[in-house]
Design a protein. Structure first.
Length: 189
């Protein structure tokens, strides 16, 4: 079981605009040409922050058009929030707040031998990283710059650095970078 931060980012390190738009992302390529179908097949539990969840709620029609359902995940999903957000009927969604460690233990139980996907945003991925619970980052680097926006990973990580495992061209719109992250004791496997 691996805990993975899988996301797309602009070249200058933003996963959404300041006002949480992803309109810049979708014209750049077809999700089915990326590693996503193989990736999601191995995911057993998801975690996301409130803003990401609210994006899914606001774009339910678009998500349904592309994925066949307004909530495309069959796996249990933990949503980090301090608020009482609307639920999606039929979806296994668990609202949580506070430290990530206990939630991660619950997610690991649910995931079994499948992986845990930290969907975003960047700070939530950072919280799992701070706790030594993030094993890999799989980043689709889009061939655009945004100038400002929601950060990919608002942490300073320099020593040891992440270890680049692979870099793959996905057409003119994306490069996919896979990184192994240092473990809790700073060791890179
Ligand atoms: N490019 C991509 O592939 C990609 C992937 C994922 C997301 N996105 C987009 O990127 C943006 C991410 O937004 P964001 O950076 O604001 O991050 P976010 O993680 O989606 O949301 C942040 C919010 O989550 C809640 N939260 C985070 N940690 C918490 C904790 N430990 N306990 C309780 N609540 C917690 C807080 O909300 P409250 O306190 O208000 O409840 C916080 O303001 C969204 O627009 C999303 O759609 C893009």
């Amino acid at each position: 079981m691996t805990t993975q931060y899988y996301t797309a980012t602009s070249l200058d390190g933003f996963i959404a605009t300041e006002d949480d738009s992803l309109d810049w992302l979708f014209p750049l390529g077809d999700i089915n040409d990326t590693s996503y179908p193989a990736f999601i097949a191995e995911v057993g539990a998801l975690a996301m922050g409130a803003t990401t969840y609210e994006w899914m709620l606001r774009h339910a029609d678009k998500v349904a058009d592309e994925a066949g359902s307004a909530w495309p995940y069959t796996q249990p999903t933990w949503v980090f929030t301090h608020r009482d957000l609307p639920r999606v009927e039929g979806a296994d969604i668990r609202m949580v707040q506070g430290g990530v460690r206990e939630v991660h233990a619950e997610m690991a139980l649910a995931a079994g031998n499948r992986n845990i996907w930290i969907v975003g945003g960047g700070d939530l991925a950072g919280q799992f990283h701070d706790a030594g619970l993030l094993d890999e980052a799989i980043i689709q680097v889009a061939s655009v710059t945004l100038g400002t926006g929601k950060p990919l990973f608002p942490r300073r990580v320099t020593s040891p650095p992440w270890r680049l495992l692979s870099a793959r061209l996905i057409g003119p719109g994306f490069a996919e970078l896979r990184y192994r992250l240092p473990g809790r004791n700073g060791a890179v496997a």
